[in-house]
Design a protein around this ligand. Sequence first.
Ligand code: DON
Length: 321
Amino acid sequence: MKKTLTKAQIRQAVEEAYAECKDIKGGVNAHYIPFLANVNPDLFGISLTLLDGTQISVGDTEYKFGVESVSKVLTAILILKQYGAEAVLKQIGADATGLPFNSIFAILLENDHPSTPLVNAGAISACSMVKPQGDSWGKWEAIINNFEALCGSRSEVLDELYRSESETNFQNRSIAWLLKDYNRIYDDVPMSLDLYTRQCSIGITASQLAVCAGTIANGGVNPVTKEEVFARDLAPKITTLISSVGFYQNTGDWMYTSGIPAKSGVGGGVLGVLPGLLGVAAFAPPLDEAGNSVKAQAAIKSIMNKLGLGVFNGDTVEIVD
Ligand code: DON
């Protein structure tokens, strides 16, 4: 079906979703990282980026929260750019684990590859692949510059969050060394783990994440800066990864009920991509048991339902002024 949406309709859907969801009380802040446990649980923002660069933002969309696992998407794009889709498939994989984000069981089950760059194991492996090899500072520059290009503005590490994560990341340390034993860490192990921890501790805003989502939806061209950040043929690869495992063991339910490939982080952020149409991000700290923001999920679902959008709907949608 052919469908036309106006920007005013989209703005209204975002505003209504904000109003509907802002008083939702479910969920708790991530408590296994002390810094995150203390973030104000009432913060809430939604931002949406259209492919002509229009941004629609409501609520706390300039608050810098921990990007956490959403960072896995951005660094997956970096290694896709540096190595190509085939090498990433071979060296990490593109399979859903069906298990929690930090599962060691998943690594033991599929010990020939870490499944996907969007769970902790594959994300640590991805950090080990980032070029230039053996150069911690150079690798970090590549990661943070890639963030800047995708989001259209610079981000910095939240130092207190980085310290908090580094002091408590015992499970990730086990994952990194187990992967080393399976020959799936392609650089120094402590360096690769530290890069992963540092990228998770980057402070990001919902409006920056919405621009990043818009860049993926726009086939690699940042809709705000107009820069070509990655090659168009990598866009379906990254959206496939997001749609297969973005909400970990809850991904099928998420896709079924929302219709939009999306990736969550335990800082409370969610980034959603509707290819060829828009990018969306929502942020609210309290999480469900799988580590996904309760309000951000509700808000994005509400927008999708109100506008009748969905990646599998088979509609041709045009957005007009
Ligand atoms: O590795 C961790 O445990 C955190 N730095 C990130 C986990 C995360 O965001 C999972 N996603 N919902």
